[in-house]
Design a protein around this ligand. Structure first.
Ligand code: SF4
Length: 349
């Protein structure tokens, strides 16, 4: 990541505070009020696997969904509710709005962002793109609407390998942004000509291969599950590399009773729910005493709390936390997003 992008990430992190601890009674109070308000406002919650367990449980109990970013986008588009409450990070809210322009889309806080999104500003990305006019531009979902609008394809980690394989077979050279680790992973898996932007996820980048190896030695029967936003050295020792949904699937289907998991620990809620008899262990990072501000939990995902979710639902204008995307920008960003959704649908068939 460039020094400028790192500085931007640092300044955003200064505002990334989660909610204060609540008592059981307080949490119960908030949960019930939120459910009432969701009904009253014809709203549905769409939450990411990395949000806090409390938020994921609430989304499920109230008829919403907990999913990866591709499925969140699909669910929000297809659900009949007129209002979406997107518990995740900003690019997910923007994607929901682009796919469902007729709906009102709110987030518990618009300050919840992503180091990949911040680390790929539109003007710098446009200049990078202009230097390589011969390449097909593929951007990860974790980008702003403005960056998506400049892409040929949008992709999520659940279909990244398949899409790059497909483009490679058509003889296309790829310009990939913004996650360098995922880009390197798909290049390695497909042999395609992939030129990467140098962005990174501050959560996954902190996982350490040495720590994972030590943990594996202590738990010889454990399988190692790794998200491909992690460094290549961690990916290299994985038993399974995949998107959040693919890792959850592996956790439920593999015969192992213990798993070392290198992704945001919010995912443990769903893994534990689907495989309650199994043990899930957080893959080691450098630790809170080092540079790690995230330590296996995204500080921006953690900003989605009960208090700000209720506040947004109680106020007609959502306390100013509504997502708006310029219609012309949305129209342009829709083109690569639509390609992604169609490609994903065809893969499922
Ligand atoms: S976990 Fe990483 S990729 Fe996901 S939202 Fe947080 S910073 Fe972005």
């Amino acid at each position: 990541m460039s020094a400028q992008a790192k500085e931007l990430v640092r300044s955003h992190l200064a505002h990334a505070d989660g909610e204060q601890e609540m008592t059981r009674e307080q949490r119960e109070f908030y949960r019930e009020r939120i459910k009432e308000k969701l009904q009253a406002r014809d709203a549905v919650m769409v939450a990411h696997y990395y949000t806090d367990p409390e938020i994921q449980a609430l989304a499920e109990e109230s008829g919403g969904c907990v999913a990866d970013s591709l499925e969140m986008a699909r669910f929000g588009k297809e659900h009949p509710a007129s209002t979406l409450i997107v518990a995740g990070v900003r690019f997910m809210g923007e994607t929901a709005k682009i796919l469902s322009p007729e709906k009102r889309v709110f987030m518990p806080t618009l300050e919840a962002t992503c180091s990949l999104d911040i680390g790929c500003p539109e003007d710098e990305f446009a200049a990078f793109r202009e230097q390589h006019p011969d390449r097909t531009v593929v951007v990860y979902a974790n980008t702003s609407a403005a960056v998506k609008a400049r892409a040929d394809w949008v992709v999520t980690s659940s279909i990244a390998v398949e899409l790059i394989e497909y483009l490679d077979q058509r003889g296309e050279k790829i310009l990939w942004a913004p996650d360098q680790h995922l880009g390197a992973y798909v290049r390695d898996k497909t042999g395609a000509d992939v030129l990467c932007w140098d962005g990174a996820c501050i959560v996954h980048e902190e996982f350490k291969a040495r720590g994972v190896e030590d943990l594996k030695a202590a738990h010889p029967g454990a399988a190692v599950l790794v998200h491909p936003e992690s460094p290549a050295s961690v990916v290299a020792i994985a038993d399974v590399v995949g998107s959040t949904s693919q890792l959850i699937k592996a956790a439920t289907e593999m015969p192992n009773d213990t798993f070392i998991v290198a992704t945001d620990k919010g995912i443990f809620y769903k893994m534990q729910q689907l495989a309650p008899e199994k043990t899930f262990i957080e893959a080691p990072t450098a630790g809170s005493g080092a540079t790690c501000r995230s330590c296996a939990h995204c500080p921006w995902m953690a900003m989605n709390g009960l208090e700000n979710t209720l506040a947004v639902l109680q106020d007609e204008n959502g306390c100013g936390q509504e997502i708006f995307v310029d219609p012309d920008l949305a129209r342009r960003a829709m083109v690569p997003l639509d390609r992604m959704l169609d490609f994903g649908k065809n893969l499922k068939r």
